[in-house]
Design a protein around this ligand. Structure first.
Ligand code: MG
Length: 400
């Protein structure tokens, strides 16, 4: 059918901001700038696949880092010497069925899914479209000596942003024909072929990170968004595992001396599993069976605290923040009280939150049921998570 793909360009070396960390990897609201750009694509319902174009030296690391967080990312490929060449390489990595292509800068973190959808809609009508904002300042041409040559007529001047969107054949032709041009954006290549480009009003907040000042402005925008438009939601998790002789007993990452341990495919850490399910539940992201299937040999004997870290990162990638975890472990034996603080510390570390945000309690089942007979251990967890609410008052559209 007519599915849309996105190319997110993150191959810049960030030299304009000096050495150190590249712009696309600088932290913004606690996560890399690039993750914000990818989230816009993840949340845009029409976008079905995302190709990330990165510096050759970052490709392997990004593959590992980005794939578990953004389900739509199908490829991370190495960019070229120029932005134009990088987009061309991204184009070659798209699946054959992609008919529409969104191109977005990895350093425009605040574009948002709604703008992506509006630009795509305009591209479906006109073949090519870009987000842009009318220029507010008077623009003058200045010569090499620092003197004004002339003043440009401000009416009709727009500052072009990304996302830009195209019919795939139009963009491919523009790249094939414009190989010798040095366009600073993809619309430039399409214009050069004489093809019309529609303009969609973008947002002044859709800033490109170019200077330290841009990052400061974006940081304050992110902070305001986080404070003004987040609501606490609740998640619930429950897990039971059978006790079996000769297995280690791992609860909350603590190995407890006991003749029996919990049976299961992973380390069977029933407490960590209940917390993971509660976190996923708070964001309606399914359950741990979907994310870490029993049938996958990768999770045999897996350290559940590492899986808990992955789940926490998944929430962070959705703009959610863990506020509090309260868990209860039911076990007839052994006595768990001496280990509860170590469990709290392990769980907190795995989630990247403070130990005072994690409560773990324990009790027996008074001899009743499978737990009471010492055949199983059960854990329950309730979590509170802050989730971002879109300006209309609804949660951002869920990604598939
Ligand atoms: Mg389990």
């Amino acid at each position: 059918m007519s599915h849309a793909a996105a190319i997110v360009v993150a191959a810049g070396r960030g030299m304009r901001m000096g050495g150190g960390v590249k712009k696309q990897f600088r932290p913004l609201g606690g996560r890399p700038v690039l993750h914000w750009s990818l989230e816009a694509m993840e949340q845009a319902p029409s976008v079905e696949e995302v190709v990330v174009v990165a510096g050759e030296e970052d490709v392997d690391r990004l593959r590992r880092e980005v794939s578990p967080l953004f389900a739509k990312v199908t490829a991370v490929v190495a960019g070229g010497a120029t932005r134009q060449e990088s987009v061309a390489r991204g184009l070659r990595a798209l699946t054959p069925s992609a008919r529409w292509v969104v191109v977005h800068d990895g350093v425009r973190p605040m574009a948002g899914a709604a703008l992506v959808e509006r630009v795509l809609e305009a591209a479906r009508k006109h073949g090519a479209a870009t987000a842009a904002v009318p220029v507010a300042d008077t623009i003058k041409r200045v010569d090499a000596g620092g003197r004004v040559e002339r003043t440009l007529e401000r009416d009709g001047l727009w500052a072009v942003q990304t996302p830009q969107a195209f019919a795939r054949d139009v963009l491919e032709r523009a790249h094939a024909e414009g190989g010798s041009l040095r366009a600073t954006d993809d619309c430039g290549l399409v214009e050069a072929m004489g093809h019309p480009v529609a303009v969609v009003p973008g947002s002044p907040r859709n800033l490109k990170v170019t200077t330290e000042e841009d990052l400061e402005i974006l940081e304050s925008l992110v902070r305001r968004r986080a404070e003004g438009a987040a609501v606490p939601v609740t998640g619930f998790g429950l897990d039971v595992h059978r006790l079996e002789a000769g297995r280690p007993l791992v609860l909350g990452g603590v190995t407890i001396p006991f003749p029996k341990g919990l049976a299961g495919h992973s380390d069977a850490d029933v407490l960590a599993h209940a917390v993971m399910d509660a976190l996923l539940g708070a964001c309606a992201l399914g359950d741990i069976g979907q994310h870490f299937p029993d049938s996958d040999p990768a999770y045999r004997g897996a350290d559940s605290l590492q899986l808990l870290t992955q789940v926490s990162q998944l929430l962070t990638a959705r703009g959610a923040r863990i506020v509090h975890v309260d868990a209860f472990v039911s076990a007839e034996a052994p006595r768990l009280r001496p280990y509860l603080d170590a469990m709290r510390a392990n769980l907190a570390r795995a989630m990247g939150i403070g130990v005072q945000q994690v409560s773990v309690k324990a009790g027996t089942a008074e001899g009743l049921g499978p737990v009471g007979r010492g055949e199983a251990i059960e854990a329950r967890a309730v979590v509170t998570v802050l989730r971002h609410v879109a300006p209309g008052g609804l949660f951002s559209p869920a990604s598939s």
